[in-house]
Write a protein that binds this ligand. Structure first.
Ligand SMILES: *Cc1c(COP(=O)(O)O)cnc(C)c1O
Length: 456
């Protein structure tokens, strides 16, 4: 009998509740504020989000029930398998035991439908007919398109121009699930038209696309906006990943020393790590690492500040590590890791010393992605490759030290829609790129004059 590779849960072992880390934080996360620094009330958010999700956003309850209709859709691919990466371990010659949650098994191919389905459900319950959103690489847009179709909502997606051009297949996926997708900046919104007038050739950015999607939500009939990462409720919807992983570790009598996730807005990282950070707060010794690209070093180089989530400053100010809301990221292939900010809860965990952060260059990440594809077979998303590269580092360290480390990471999605990035790598067209200090200073300047978070 070959050794066990997949650790599976039955459908009846799927978590029935989400975990809300806010209940356990040693210090509360500061609230969102307006431009004068006053905490905003639920009414400010009401034109943008349905009240049932706003309630979740501010909830301090430790456990929140997952509604039956949401479980019913998640069950299509959940519980996701926990893999023991035996072939990768062998390739690395490491004494470490490496495990990964395969979130690429969902219909859109990433962790993102875990929240897309939930958000579509709550909007439907609230009487909303249409959701608007932005998308970078297209994973979020396709996840929301799928979620909306499952729940019977319309879906409108503003897709960052450069990805719209580089990744036509994602657009077709969205269409296949019945959504309407346009390149951002578009001529359909005031925000889009204003940017196009000033920068007709802009590659676009998530910040711009968010402005367009919010405008379309607040001016459209029965419409609300949906965000794929960053916000508290989004991170909470992703905790099914870590909660399942804990049960799966129990089944094989193991437990991680290190938990790793790539971090764009922070949702898949939070999803796998928060249930373990719960144990860490209670005294367990676990190293938790968020990995970002050197081209968009939010956690590792940007200040902790109050900043807006979008260019037009339509969102409230969030307490987070931010490169500044006018940040236009360099066109690296990990499109999902190019957002200017980082989830307030992830930023807060870094401040509290509950997690660590690292930044990696893209060539090292593609090398790690190939090592993974050679050994485990699955082709990772360029975002996911950042987590894999960190795993490779930890596994090599374990080898040098001759230590039996147990490493868990989130395999956040497959890269089958991102093969142009691999092509560029094979053609020798990719270069390492650290964000130049001068460019960072320029976008940081957009936060001047904004209020400062309490302990910053
Ligand atoms: C969107 C995405 C990410 C980054 O987003 P987070 O909110 O930080 O998780 C990472 N990996 C994949 C596959 C994605 O689609």
């Amino acid at each position: 009998m070959p050794e066990q590779v997949k650790i599976l849960l039955n459908e009846d072992e799927m978590p029935r509740q989400w975990y809300n880390i806010q209940a356990d934080l040693p210090k509360p996360c500061p609230p969102p504020v307006d431009k004068d620094g006053n905490p905003i009330g639920p009414d400010t958010l009401a034109p943008v989000f349905p009240m049932n999700l706003i309630e979740q956003e501010v909830s301090q309850e430790r456990w929140i029930d997952i509604p039956e209709p949401v479980l019913d859709v998640l069950m299509q691919w959940r519980p996701s398998p926990l893999y023991r990466a035996r072939k990768l371990e062998k390739a690395l010659g490491t004494p470490a035991r490496i495990y990964y949650k395969n979130e690429g098994v969902s219909p859109p191919g990433s962790h993102k439908p875990n929240t897309a389905v939930a958000q579509a459900y709550y909007n439907k319950e609230f009487g909303i007919k249409r959701l608007t959103t932005e998308t970078g690489a297209g994973q979020w847009g396709s996840a929301l398109a799928y979620g909306c179709k499952q729940m019977g909502l319309e879906c409108k997606v503003y897709m960052v121009r450069i990805s719209f051009d580089q990744k036509p297949f994602r657009k077709i996926m969205m269409q296949t699930w019945g959504a309407n997708c346009v390149a951002s900046p578009s001529t359909e919104t005031q925000a889009g038209r204003a940017i196009l007038k000033e920068y007709p050739d802009t590659p676009g950015s998530l910040g711009i696309a968010i402005s367009e999607a919010i405008e379309a939500a607040v001016t459209g009939k029965d419409s609300r906006y949906s965000l794929g990462s960053v916000l508290n409720h989004v991170l909470m919807h992703q905790t099914v990943i870590g909660l399942e992983a804990k049960k799966q570790f129990e089944k094989v009598g193991d437990y991680p020393d290190v938990v790793i996730g790539c971090a764009g807005g922070g949702s898949n990282f939070a999803g796998i790590s928060f249930p373990f950070i719960c144990d860490k707060i209670a005294g367990k010794e676990i190293k938790v690492v968020a990995v970002e690209p050197s081209a968009c070093p939010t956690l590792t180089r940007a200040p902790y500040a109050y900043d807006s989530g979008d260019v037009a400053m339509m969102t409230p100010l969030l307490p987070m590590h931010s490169l500044g809301h006018t940040f236009v990221p360099p066109p690296i292939h990990a499109g999902g890791l190019r957002y200017h900010g980082m989830a307030p809860l992830v930023s807060h965990c870094l401040k509290l010393g509950l997690i660590e952060a690292g930044a990696l260059h893209q060539l090292e990440c593609y090398e790690a992605a190939l090592m993974f594809a050679y050994s485990e077979g699955f082709i990772p998303a360029p975002e996911t490759s950042h987590a894999i590269a960190q795993v490779v580092r930890e596994a090599r360290l374990a080898k040098e030290e001759g230590r039996e480390r147990v490493i868990l990471f989130n395999w956040s999605g497959h890269g089958l829609m991102d093969l142009t990035g691999y092509q560029a790598y094979f053609d020798g067209k990719l270069e390492d790129y650290a964000l130049p200090e001068e460019q960072m200073m320029r976008s940081l300047a957009s936060m001047e004059g904004l209020p400062k978070p309490p302990s910053a």
